[in-house]
Design a binder for this molecule. Sequence first.
Ligand SMILES: [Zn+2]
Length: 648
Amino acid sequence: MKGFVYTIVLIILSYQITLAQVFDPKQIHQSCKYFEHYTTKASPSPAGKHYDVSYCCCFWEVDPNIRYIKGNILYHFTIIHETTDSLIFDFSDTLQIDSVWYHSTSLNYSKNDDLLIIYLQSSLAEGATDSITIYYQGVPRISDDRSFVQDYHDTANVPSHVIWTLSQQYGAKEWWPCNQNLNDKIDSIDIYVKAPSQYKTASIGLLQSEIENNGLITTHWKHKYPVTAYLVAFATTNYTVTEQYHHFENGDSLLIQNYFYEEDTNFLDELYYLPPALDLYYELFGDYPFINEKYGHTQFHWPGGMEHQTMSFMYNLSHHLTVHELAHQWFGDYLTCGSWEDIWLNEGFADFCVGLTYEYFFDQYYWMPLKKECIDKITSEPDGSVYCSDTTDIYRIFNNRLSYKKGSYLLNMLRWELGDSAFFHAINEYLYDGSNAYSFSKTHNLINHFEMAGDTSLTEFFNDWYYGEGYPLYNITWQQDLESKDVSITVNQSTTHNSVNFYEMHIPIKFCGGNRDTIIVFHHLFDGQVFQTNPGIRLDSLQFDPELIIVTKNPVINSIQNQISESTKVKVYPNPTSNIIHLEANMNDIIKDITIYNINGQLIRKVPDKASYTHQIQLSDFPSGIYTITFNINYTPAYKTFSLTKCN
Ligand SMILES: [Zn+2]
């Protein structure tokens, strides 16, 4: 799902850099309205505790002129876990049950607290397969202005009515009895929608038939892939329909079906964003998961998009929205987050895929602006984790800064840490893991795949970037010995939230001098770590993370001035040495504040403070290696490196 409010900044940014994208200010108003009014809170229910749905046949009767639904749902199921004498479904208290049938027997039921409990005539044992049919009708809850929407759009100034559904995350129960917990997918589903014959109905799966009878049309859609309740949807209005095929490199063809408002003849103008994204995702993540059926777009006017399985409901076909919802077919639909705590497995991945399109398309013209916009948003507040700790709060679950942007950036940083080969290998293993295919997943499962592919522990990384809140702040000091061009860099890091002490990261630093530059990567393991390197360039400046890989804000970089003339006054000898190192300047100079670091940048010794033009330091307890000695010469910081070779 992607609300339009989420993409405003990027769209404005894109507009400034002449991306041909028209932005309608009304969209801001609409999306704000939605977020102000939609305050439903809910938590997982006991629905589905005793059954596993294998098949579902839905029959719905609607008229877009009226906010009303009448339906019957046939469920085929297997009893799981233990013998039971009741079946529980999520179902809104505002809808009425007409009857419940077990074969030819009417069953008793009760309704309370948005749950429908059906009492079986006799208990069913674990493993039993059976079926049940629920007849119901009513006015879907008015206060919920999203799950079941009855509204209108203009056809040449004459309003045309429309009904659409959007159930994520707890809204399916508002219009049909189902199990909306993230623990059971319906293995296959038939959907019949009866409506006045001037309308067309879009839904998931493949269109089977549209049969008119007495001024009504019954549209039949069939979906033969597992689907979770919140990804089942339909929309009914006077749609215009187009069909075309996308041909993949392996020879597969995919039907692309678009349902758009009759009057909105420009709706498909930006459909050209879809084919390259289909090819890119196919190349990186494998076959389109529902290749035997279709992919499609259905226009609605909730200001955003929703990734209903095989048929995304779309406000428009802007690049960002189109490729985000398409990515959900792999990340969210085919493989669904196993709890709302893990929502980033849907949204973080979908936004990460948006980033991939910016990386691969447009000659990368928008890639850096997208990354900057993303980091600016993440760092606009000092706290917040990708991990969603409060699944009763829709604002937290769909928090754009955390579940979408920080989630996507977690993946960018993990890709950087693991390298492309291990990173994409892990994602493919994760997608096609036997227990994940067309099922649910949780974050620990993803971590396992990354750890296996990277042959490394990621506990620390996920503690910092997934469970931890905030981000690192960097303060870097550098100085160069102009004779040797050796550079010493001290990297300090603080964090914006006390849940993380330190972020261990590989940090890229760009060394610039004259018209030359080079990037060197350092493994930053502790605050105050000192790195030695020789970029072979006389430096003018340093730039931290020029490609915007790491989430941070305003890194501070200072060079130590005048280090050249002062440091050259000091002789450090012998070099290499086997035991003692001497520092010596002219008699009127003062050397003090001497500190020695090993090659890993760890502080080894602070020499007791004594101002003198000469110092002699015993190294008998040091192992052989390269060392950096830092000091103040006439109150100006400077450093030298030396080599210690022990004689055994
Ligand atoms: Zn989304």
